[in-house]
Every structure is written in structure tokens, then in C-alpha cells.
Design a protein around this ligand. Structure first.
Ligand code: SF4
Length: 361
């Protein structure tokens, strides 16, 4: 049944689930913790509300990360047998190739087929459970000053699969607080976001997509003065459409925001990485240093968290399911602000448009 079907629309959302307080993590559950008795209640395994909210969020992220890995399979098979088109390429295709070759440090003289093979080797490493120990591929996404790079930590795994397996393998008692699992949520989500950017770039190279890499974002930013005034980015994805009530909320919010500040609409998550690079190239600023709010309107949790991990101030419709834990909220609101200078704006209470406008004013 599609999310817009009438029947599904009328089903009430699980109140415990919205707060992050409903867990189906094992066969003993589901366990639901009342938000009014959080101090005393635990799940049957002993997890308290804070740990349960954090582990729930991590489980969402792990599922989406596994899904992202599975999406590489079809593209890799396609790339292995791909043959370049005749040399008389369209101007657009040549331009795309030039931008992407520069981005990945490939010689402009390298034939396209060879370049695809080089990138394929890197991709295999990127999704391997036992990657070889070099990290140049991912560093290319982190131009100096664009956003805080998690890869400054050299003990950090360099493959999406390795990061996911480490996260699954960690004993729950090792990560019983909220900070460890929530930091893992951010790390994994960031790599999922970069993975999406990689897939989009490869599809651009073999002309399976029609947009330009980076250029579209720079065109949009071209209308914004220097130094940059506050602006808003609305990120929605065609593959994760919102149910009607949430979409209505977005539709009512956007005209107010549009009147107050320049508004950029992005249709794919990977474009946020381009935006970070454009900000760095145009203004030599880091993402947390500019006044921008990203409104994420998608059902995918890795998109919201990936945007946060890049250093953006973020809000989302629907909201993250963290309201059941004061510690988790504190991590995303104040903890991030202290550590990276960004934050998550709560969208489930009060007037979201006033919050965004006040924040940018
Ligand atoms: S709270 Fe613990 S016991 Fe209950 S479902 Fe989750 S993991 Fe299982």
C-alpha cells in the first residue's frame, strides 16, 4: 500500500514510537516506556529510556546503511560491463566529465572507461568489509574548511560496510550511554550521504542522470551575495515521499520562509556535499560558520543526521524520534552546538517557521 492511500493515512502514528520509546530490538519486545515514568522504567533487557531512544535511532541508521550498501550491487554490475558512448559526446557530458575528473583527482587524459575502472576499484574498497588501508577517496569530499571531517581520526574505519559491521558488533553494554551510539549514528549517516553522492557521480559519468555535478548548486548560490546572508535549504527526495499530513505541513511552511530569506531547493541528499564544497570555494567558510538552516522533508533518518554531521543547522519534518530522552535531545541541541557550532531545531512543538526565522534573524 502506498503512503498516500486513504486507509493508511487514517492510521494513528504510534505515540511511543514518535518519542523513540517503543523498542522491537529483540524477541522479548516490543517494550514501550511511558514518558511519564521514565526514571523508574526499563525495557525487559534493562535498557533505560535514554539508552532505548539512542539504540532505536541507531537501529534505523543501521538499516538504512545496509540498504545503501545493497544499492551498490546493481550499479557495480552495470559499470563492469559498461562501454563508453562514441567520442562525439554532447557538451554537457564533456563538462560533467571535466568536473568529476577534477573532483576525484583523475588525469583529464584518462579515457572514460579507464576512469570508471579506477573509480570501481575505489568503490569496491569503500563497500568492502576488509578495505585496504588508504583513505584518499573519502578525503576528497572534505575540502579544507568546508565542514568538520570525521576522518581526522585515523582509527576511524574507512569503509561503509566496516563501519556498519563494527556498529552491529559492538556490545550494547559498551555503548549504554547515549553519546557513543548517537555519535555512531552521525558517523554512519555521513558515510551513507557520501555514498549517495558517489553513486550519483558515477551515474552522471555514464550519463544515467541529467543534472550537473556541483554546478547546479553553484548556480543556485550564484544569486546569493557575498558575504552570504542567511538562507534556507529545503531538501526533499523523490524516493522517500512524505505522507499527506506531513506534506501539508511543509506546504504551509514554505511560503512564509520563502518570503523572508533566499530559499534553495535540493532534490537529492548528495547535493548537500556539493553545497559544502561550494561554500568553501566561494567564501572560504566552514559550514557551521554560515547562517543557513536545512529543512529536511524526508522519511529517511540518515538524511537528517547526514546533514547534521556535515555541520549544517538542521530541522526536519517528520522530527527525529528523540523526544523521549532528555539526554538525546541535549546531545543534538546543545552537544553539537558546543562541539561543532551547529544544532538540531526541534520541529514537534511550537511554531517551526518562527523558530527558523528567529534562528536566522
Ligand atoms: S527494550 Fe530490550 S528487551 Fe525490550 S525489545 Fe528492546 S532490546 Fe528487547
Amino acid at each position: 500500500m502506498r503512503p498516500t492511500d486513504k486507509k493508511k493515512e487514517m492510521l494513528p502514528a504510534c505515540g511511543y514510537g514518535l518519542l523513540g520509546l517503543c523498542c522491537s530490538g529483540c524477541l522479548l519486545g516490543p517494550c514501550r516506556l511511558s514518558p511519564f515514568e521514565q526514571e523508574s522504567l526499563t525495557g525487559l533487557c534493562g535498557m533505560n529510556a535514554d539508552a532505548l531512544v539512542a539504540q532505536n535511532l541507531l537501529r534505523f541508521v543501521q538499516t538504512e546503511a545496509a540498504w545503501e550498501i545493497s544499492r551498490w550491487r546493481a550499479l557495480i554490475i552495470e559499470l563492469q560491463t559498461w562501454n563508453p558512448p562514441p567520442p562525439a559526446q554532447k557538451g554537457e557530458a564533456r563538462w560533467t566529465k571535466k568536473i568529476l575528473f577534477e573532483k576525484y583527482g583523475l588525469s583529464p587524459r584518462l579515457p572514460l572507461r579507464k576512469a570508471i575502472q579506477v573509480l570501481l576499484r575505489e568503490v569496491r574498497n569503500f563497500i568492502s568489509p576488509v578495505p585496504e588501508g588508504h583513505r584518499s577517496f573519502l578525503f576528497r569530499f572534505f575540502p579544507q574548511k568546508a565542514w568538520p571531517s570525521p576522518f581526522d581520526d585515523h582509527s576511524q574505519p574507512i569503509s561503509l560496510t566496516q563501519l556498519l559491521l563494527n556498529s552491529w558488533g559492538r556490545n550494547k553494554s559498551e555503548s549504554s550511554g547515549v553519546e557513543g551510539p548517537l555519535q555512531e549514528c552521525l558517523d554512519l549517516s555521513l558515510i551513507v550521504l557520501l555514498s549517495q553522492r558517489l553513486r550519483e557521480d558515477l551515474r552522471l559519468l555514464i550519463e544515467k542522470k541529467e543534472t550537473f555535478p556541483g554546478e547546479r548548486v553553484s548556480t543556485l548560490l550564484g544569486g546569493i551575495a557575498v558575504p552570504p546572508p542567511p538562507f534556507i535549504v529545503v531538501l526533499s527526495e523523490s524516493e522517500s515521499l512524505l505522507p499527506e499530513p506531513e506534506q501539508r505541513q511543509v506546504d504551509e511552511l514554505l511560503p512564509t520562509l520563502d518570503k523572508a530569506f533566499p530559499l534553495i531547493r535540493l532534490r537529492n541528499t548528495g547535493a548537500l556535499a556539493d553545497l559544502g564544497q561550494e561554500v568553501s570555494a566561494s567564501w572560504s567558510l566552514a559550514i557551521p560558520d554560515i547562517r543557513v538552516v536545512v529543512l529536511v522533508t524526508t522519511t529517511k533518518v540518515t538524511t537528517v543526521l547526514g546533514a547534521l554531521a556535515l555541520g549544517f543547522k538542521v530541522t526536519s519534518i517528520p522530527p527525529l524520534p528523540i523526544h523521549g530522552s532528555k539526554e538525546a535531545e541535549e546531545f543534538f541541541l546543545e552537544g553539537l552546538r558546543r562541539k561543532f557550532g551547529n544544532t538540531y531545531l526541534l520541529s514537534w512543538e511550537g511554531d517551526l517557521s518562527s523558530k527558523i526565522l528567529d534562528f536566522l534573524a
